[in-house]
Structures are given as structure tokens and as C-alpha cells.
Design a protein around this ligand. Structure first.
Ligand code: CU
Length: 159
């Protein structure tokens, strides 16, 4: 019905008038679909992907802090937060893997899901020369961690 009326109006008056008439129609018909539509489905921001282990990474000027630096092989979600005053990002490189987050403005964060195999990884900030300024660290994956005497070495009964 509104459509018919709209067509009718548009045919018989200029565009400007039609717009005005249309607005009037919209207001007139507006009672049908109440205005309380606040139900925007705001999904809570998810940290960590299901089935992965979360590793927190803090980027500051100019350091890189990982909550874990010795991991077992598996899937990890790096939750990277820029706590510095410059743009930063995180790149992880090693054992055939090379992945990075987008560049994060101060206060921003991003998730990076990576499948890690045994080996050594370099984790650093690829922005400008931040790596050279100290934004780098090492990540060891596998049972060759030298720190604890290797009590928990790889046993092949895993997943
Ligand atoms: Cu940086």
C-alpha cells in the first residue's frame, strides 16, 4: 500500500516534494515497528580461539613481553596488546612459519593464531627498526627447553 502511494506521489510531483511526502508517509506508518530496537547483537570480544592456548603478548616502547616463552607444539592464539606510545605489531618467524599481526595503534590489540611445531622462533616488532631497538624475544617450542633440565621432554603419546 505504501509502495503504491509512493509510486503515485513520485509520478505526480517533483523529486523534492516526493521526498517530503515520503518522509511524511514514513512517519505516519512508523507506529508499526517500535523504536526500542536496541537489540544489536554485541558479541563479547573473544580472546583466544577455541581449542588453542592463549599467550599474552605486551608491546611497549621498545620491548616485547610474552607471558610464555617455552611452549609445547600445538595451536596458540597470541593475544597481542600495544601498551606503548607508538605503533607496533608482532611478527613470529621460525621453523617455516612466518606470521604477523596488523600494525596496532597504541591501545589496540589483535589476535594471531599460529600452529607451532618444535623449534625456535623469533618474535619481534616489524615496525621500523623497533626490532633493533629491543623489541624482540625468542620462543622455544618443544622438549628441548634448557632451563628445567629437560624433565618434560617430548613423549610420543600425544595428540
Ligand atoms: Cu614496535
Amino acid at each position: 500500500m505504501a509502495t503504491t502511494l509512493m509510486t503515485f506521489v513520485r509520478r505526480n510531483v517533483g523529486p523534492g516534494l516526493a521526498a517530503g511526502a515520503l518522509a511524511g508517509i514514513l512517519v505516519a506508518c512508523g507506529g508499526g515497528n517500535g523504536d526500542g530496537g536496541d537489540s544489536s547483537s554485541s558479541a563479547p570480544e573473544q580472546t583466544g580461539e577455541p581449542g588453542t592456548t592463549q599467550v599474552d603478548v605486551k608491546l611497549v616502547d621498545f620491548k616485547m613481553e610474552l607471558s610464555e616463552r617455552t611452549l609445547k607444539a600445538g595451536d596458540y592464539t597470541f593475544v597481542v596488546k600495544n601498551d606503548g606510545h607508538h605503533d607496533h605489531a608482532m611478527e613470529i618467524e621460525g621453523s617455516g612459519t612466518e606470521q604477523e599481526t596488523r600494525t596496532l595503534a597504541p591501545g589496540e590489540s589483535a589476535n594471531l593464531t599460529v600452529s607451532l611445531k618444535d623449534g625456535k622462533y623469533e618474535v619481534y616488532c616489524p615496525v621500523d627498526d623497533h626490532k633493533g631497538m629491543g623489541m624482540k624475544t625468542e620462543l622455544t617450542v618443544g622438549g628441548t627447553a634448557s632451563m628445567d633440565g629437560g624433565t618434560d621432554t617430548t613423549d610420543g603419546n600425544g595428540y
